[in-house]
Every structure is written in C-alpha cells, then in structure tokens.
Design a protein around this ligand. Sequence first.
Ligand code: ADP
Ligand code: MG
Length: 251
Amino acid sequence: MNAILAVKDLKVVFSGFQALKGINLEVGEREIVTIIGPNGAGKSTLLDAIVGKSPVASGHVYYRGKEITNKNRYEIARMGIGRKFQNPNVYNDLTVFDNILLALKGTHSVLASIKSKLTKLKKARIEAVLEQIGLLDKAYTKVSSLSHGQKQWVEIGMVIAQDPTVVLLDEPTAGMTSEETHLTGEIIKSIAEDHSVIVIEHDMEFVKQIAQKLVVLHQGEKLIEGSVKEVQNNAQVIEVYLGRERIDVAA
Ligand code: ADP
Ligand code: MG
C-alpha cells in the first residue's frame, strides 16, 4: 500500500509526561482509519502532532513520502491535511452557504470573501459541498438556528471546502442524536470516496458503520490495529476499553 500519511515511532512529551510513546500508523488513499481509546489515551494529541499543533519529541510524520514533522501548521494545512477540532468552530451569524464560502481555498478574509464576486464555479463548488454534508436545503439558513449536529456538519463542510487530501476528524459525532450520528457516518463514507480519513470516535455503533481499519490507543501506545472484529475479539482491548460497553460481535 502506498501510504498518503505515515507516522513512524512518534513520541510527544508534555513537560516530562509521555503523551505518545512511539506510535506507528499508515493511512492509504481513500482509506478510513478509526481511532478509539479511553480518555487521555493520546488520540487528540496524535492528530495535533500530525498537523503541527503539538511538538513532536522524536519520530516522524510523512505526507506523500515527504517529511512534515514539526512543520508550521499553516504549511501542513496548505499541503493538504485538513483538521476538524472537537468543538464546532463556525460563524453563527452567517448562513451555511457563507460559512462554506469562507472556507474555500484562496479566500483570505471574511469581508473579502463575502464581497468578492461569486463566480459560477465557486457557487457550484459550494453547492457540491453542501450536498455532501446534507445541508443543501439549509444553504441560506443562519448557522445559529441549526442543531448542534448540523453545526458539526457545517464544520466538516468547511474542512472539505479547503480541498484537503487527508481529513482528520476529532469526535465528529459528539453531542449528536443517534440519527445524526448515523448520517455523519454516511457523510464520512462519501468523503472517503476521494479523501483519506482519520476519525477519532467513541460510539461503537458508529465505529462499526464506518471502520475499515481500527486502531486502539491506550496510555500513549497503540494496543492493536485491525478490523473491527479483530479488535473486538482482542482480550486486552476488552479489558482496558470495551469492557464497559462490550459489543456483540454477531450483531
Ligand atoms: P484523548 O484525546 O485520547 O482523550 P489527549 O490526546 O487529549 O487524549 O491527551 C493525552 C494526554 O496528554 C492526557 O493525559 C492529557 O492530559 C495530556 N495532554 C494533552 N495535551 C496536553 C498539553 N497541551 N499539555 C500537557 N498535557 C497535555
Ligand atoms: Mg481527545
């Protein structure tokens, strides 16, 4: 497999505390890698280290074979790695359409993007993103009147609008109803038709819906990587993580 993104023996240390103790991970083209693990396992830190937000103490991050370890986060984003954070970061007073417009590549300020002439091409691109996140019929609705789940989709749309190759999503279904969670799974699967995706998630139903490759982190280490079934059957995983909400493999 040709990895689009590769993490080799990655270590992150916060004032003496080893948050990541040597992680290896590869993400292929159009692959969805799902990361689970207890709180504090280092899941968000791993995404932070990939996008240049947390300093890497040792080890490497490669994007399309090129080392990007500890590069400037804006440069990493420009290269094609898009990241959604845990809390939606959207413009509540603007419409859904304008939020996506703002995120489009090459649009540098709120004012400039709102005032700039909307080319047919831009409009079509925004509508394609809105369709992908299931909000085409809400294009001219203010984000403030959307549900929490719909706001999360707007932010996913803002990431997609930047035209990344790799999309990193940190707990995208947090606070969603089960119906919204399911729809999010379908959105992520459609995104993976032309992107590589890493998703951090807790909800095991959702994990089963989307996961191709599942990775379990625990105390800064990778416990196991494999299919959902392989992970569900791993005794150590059941002990440290799944024990609380054990899943019926046959379900
Ligand atoms: P997860 O996302 O798996 O819940 P995190 O990656 O957020 O876990 O955190 C992993 C560990 O690193 C936790 O013990 C957390 O307190 C610690 N940590 C995360 N970010 C920082 C930081 N900026 N400074 C110090 N410690 C941090
Ligand atoms: Mg986290």
